[in-house]
Design a protein around this ligand. Sequence first.
Ligand code: UGA
Length: 465
Amino acid sequence: MNVVCIGGGYVGCVTAVSFAVLGTKTTIVDINEEKINLLNSGKAPIYEPGIEQLIKQTIGNMLFATTEYDCIKEADIIFICVETPTASDGSADLSRVKKAAFEIGRNINKTKFTVIVNKSTVPVGTGDVVFAIIAEASGLKPDKDFAVVSNPEFLREGSALRDVFFPDRIVVGTNNQIAEEIMKKLYEPIVTRKNYSQLSAQYFYLKQYASDKYPIYFSTDVKTAEMIKYTANAFLAVKVSFINEIAMLCEKLGINVLEVAKGIGLDSRIGEKFLEVSPGWQGTCFPKDTSELYLTSKRYNQELTILKAAIDANWAMHRYVVEKIVNFLGCLNGKTIGILGLTFKPDTDDARRTQAQFIIPHLLSLGARIRVFDPQGMEMFKRFNPHLDIVYCNKGEDVAYMADCILLLTHWQEFKSLNWREMYRILKTPYILDARNFLSRSELEEAGFYYHGLGVGKNSGRPGR
Ligand code: UGA
């Protein structure tokens, strides 16, 4: 089988590399020459733990990369993996998906059956739109010559390889029997773990993520698959917003939310995942997908009020972080806040839409001076926020220089081993707000800090040094 992935971004790269590793000849097409050159020289155009190693091992034998669409002619399956960013009205911008569909229509092989797969997150009904564009551009008969399938991705940035090789489920939506058979065949190595032991000897990453649970292959129709994707992200966003609100209440009641989250997570109906308290959720998926789904509900006069509440609670959580600092330090005018973490979560360089992007301007508007550090996300954060008057530091410790508060926004593992004693020495007020409840409170208190978490009950100390 020949696979083509249109789009060499996050989803396209991870998808293509995984099929190549599993022995399917896969080509990435992207109009961005820089990305393609990187791939062809064995480098990753995205930051994702482990991916570069797999690109190096597959490029030129199972994985190929090009800027030319004519490789579509060879394809049995074409994945559309382009971005669907949020348009100005809050809906998903489908222009890249439509352009990809048009190129498929122009280049599709007219002598054989081809499956076109929407992997991009797209609103319900987009399968039909892609269908129509390809039919018009190619002159082919839908269902007889080609089929459009919805196969949403559930990859989390930072653990995408584990998610792709060891998923909980694979959702495939199609109304076409031939397409259904082809998709089943494509996913067979993942569903049955065929050759995994042999592969894991060759590819280190397969081995370290191994899990005993086999994935469920879930067949459904196109629209249902599209809806599953949005509902999954919306549900997870609601779950995080819910525990974040509970955290705020716990704080008032003097209760530790970590214990509460553990206590409810042990109930298998609730589950322990996505109950980590945070300064709110962000990223390239939750905000855009919740926004699109909410707009859809309004459009159909069936408002998703719980989703709306979760979105509002998320903004409240961003504000709560600032309020906590103000409550502790008083007026922020002229005070220095040292921020650790600019990406929306650890193990990614993705700093396109992050908690810091909203919290920093709020702090600046109150007169604070800001120093920041992130292990991977500084360059992208700077690119997306050129207007922010903030100091980018060379190492984590440097954010503490003359600082009145250290604010941890992203729980990068390496922040645990910062030289906190050195930071204590160079700061002004030894106050730390750990907005991920991640650092060791006892160690920091021992080092002389006033430690605050979110929703973890009694906070330590008062300012004044
Ligand atoms: C999310 C979904 O988890 C994936 O299944 C999906 O495929 C992806 O969106 C997508 O649509 O492409 P991702 O955005 O990479 O993945 O990151 P998550 O791990 O879901 O985290 C999203 C946000 O929620 C982050 O800001 C994270 O810090 C926050 N979060 C997550 C919490 O605040 N608490 C938690 O317990 C979990």
